[in-house]
Design a protein around this ligand. Sequence first.
Ligand SMILES: Cc1cc2nc3c(=O)[nH]c(=O)nc-3n(C[C@H](O)[C@H](O)[C@H](O)COP(=O)(O)O)c2cc1C
Length: 208
Amino acid sequence: MINIKQIIMSKTKLINQLFLPFELKSNVVVKNRLAVATMTTQQSNSDGTISVKESAWLERLASDGYGLVISCAATISREAIGFYNQLSVGEDPMIADLSLLAQRMKSHNTINLIQLCHAGSRAIHSLTGVKPKSASSYSVPMIADFETPEMLTVTEIKEIVTDFADACERVEMAGFDGVELHGANGFLITQFISSYLVYWNCFRSIKR
Ligand SMILES: Cc1cc2nc3c(=O)[nH]c(=O)nc-3n(C[C@H](O)[C@H](O)[C@H](O)COP(=O)(O)O)c2cc1C
């Protein structure tokens, strides 16, 4: 026979666990296990500085009681832009406004991260001013307006690694607790590791 009381007790225990602190490997303690996944809202200013609306949104999430709040995907450089009105951590002048936001979010005792992104082949040419670049030069015939990216050179890859590191430093200087690297949704990191793209490139080479 199902013991309703036991089921309710076990569910309650599980739910209560959500509100227990959680210690990360870095010894940082998150006040509970509720986290807001990163969501790109495209509401930063067109120069990449954080807007009043975006600040208010992130501060509201912090004040809502989540233990961990992750920002939208922020671009690490001008060449990496993948969205209109995308937040940028690609230049030092961005730090001042971000540090005001970090202070306000910190007052709610949250752990706050900024997601770092390089769009690679998905970078928007009209915003970056340069042809998109990726792990390899590939075409996607199913997408009519897909712009074939140029293959990154080893020197360029090293520059991008430095851009990621510089962006991390800016995030830290602004007073955020850490970063999350965007390694999904077909952006640059995925373009290096996606089995679909690796398969697609191998297939094209064999065909040639
Ligand atoms: C509007 C919207 C924007 C998102 N933007 C990002 C993003 O910038 N970076 C990312 O890694 N995931 C992004 N995601 C994915 C979410 O972070 C999350 O992984 C996804 O919604 C699945 O979680 P859920 O099942 O709780 O919705 C976005 C999702 C939504 C709905």
